[in-house]
Design a protein around this ligand. Structure first.
Ligand SMILES: Cc1ncc(COP(=O)(O)O)c(C=O)c1O
Length: 322
């Protein structure tokens, strides 16, 4: 599996590694957990995207790490300069540069280079969570941060949860050569190893070409679902929700008008059988904008249409008076 992954990641993501730099783990979550314990000491400070992924946040908090919340903006992603100014002593940054979770922003080249320069100057580690980058619909294909850095400060985290299915519980870390033994040792005493039978099946799936065919097929399906959702939101919820077409991934964010309460919208949607995630629930600082994370990958076009109508009924009633 490690050999199949090394070959795939080199071509698909520009990740530079040998097979033995890959540590197979039980999903990205297990990777965050190992990295948090191994790279830092309790009390150390780590940059974390705000808003951001709760799974990574909990893993680091669990290991006694202090979170340094660094805002993400809608143009360039992580605000590296703010991180450097407010938390210069941080020893690590956890980022989702290809498709920021949850905002969907792709980190600009300028911010990527600034982040790598910070790591270079301070000796900090970067954890690149590349959770759904296989599904890129347009724009320039983006090389992983790990490849840009040549794997010196960046640990790349991948998962089969999005590209195949989450119940598989298989993911991987790509670590610098000097860290391989320490990671293997820690994993050995935490988890022994993820199931070998599952690993063999996935390895064959990749080697026989099914994996690439699956990615190509799903990319088309997700792209058309994204298009339907964007078009429906733009035509039915004009003035109530702001969307930009994401270039990648399985979800988008619908930004709400100022003054709207995203938690209230989500609660009312849940009562009508529609699951949307309020951006404020993924934020630890007061959010700059209210918004809803809307997943489109697991729902067909008919359900997307029903979902948008439900959301429209709710938003029209809650619209703030001007
Ligand atoms: C930002 C992000 N990272 C990683 C993951 C994958 O986690 P795992 O591989 O543990 O299922 C997810 C899944 O929801 C995610 O949203």
């Amino acid at each position: 599996l490690r050999e199949a992954l090394a070959a795939h990641l080199a071509v698909a993501r520009g990740v530079q590694c040998q097979a033995d730099q890959i540590i197979i783990v039980a999903g990205a979550q297990a990777g965050f957990d190992l990295a948090a314990r191994l790279l830092l000491n309790p009390g150390d400070l780590a940059w974390i995207e705000e808003p951001g992924y709760f799974g990574a946040r909990y893993a680091f908090q669990n290991a006694g790490i202090q979170l340094a919340l660094v805002r993400v903006n809608s143009k360039e992603g992580l605000e590296v300069l703010a991180g450097k100014t407010e938390f210069p002593q941080a020893r690590l940054a956890i980022v989702t540069p290809s498709h920021q979770f949850p905002t969907g922003v792709t980190m600009s080249l300028a911010q990527r280079l600034a982040l790598l320069e910070w790591a270079n100057q301070t000796g900090a580690w970067i954890i690149e969570d590349d959770y759904d980058s296989e599904f890129r619909f347009g724009g320039r294909p983006l090389e992983a941060l790990q490849g840009l850095d040549k794997g010196r400060h960046v640990l790349y985290v991948g998962t089969f949860s999005k590209v195949l299915f989450p119940a598989l519980r298989l993911g991987y870390l790509v670590v610098p050569p000097a860290l391989v033994d320490a990671f293997l040792k820690l994993r050995r005493f935490v988890d022994t190893q993820p199931p070998i039978l599952d690993q063999m099946v996935v390895a064959e799936f990749i080697e026989e070409g099914h994996f690439l065919r699956h990615i190509r097929r799903m990319r088309q399906i997700y792209k058309s679902r994204r298009d339907v959702l964007v078009e429906m939101l733009q035509s039915q919820l004009r003035g109530l929700i702001g969307v930009s077409k994401p270039e990648a991934g399985m979800h988008l964010v619908g930004w709400l008008a100022p003054g709207m309460d995203d938690q209230q919208v989500a609660k009312q949607a849940a009562a009508k059988g529609l699951e949307v995630v309020p951006i404020s629930s993924l934020s630890l600082l007061p959010p700059t904008r209210a918004g809803l994370m809307l997943g489109y990958a697991a729902v067909d076009e008919k359900k997307i249409r029903v979902g948008v109508s439900t959301l429209s009924e709710i938003l029209i009633k809650l619209k703030p008076l001007v």
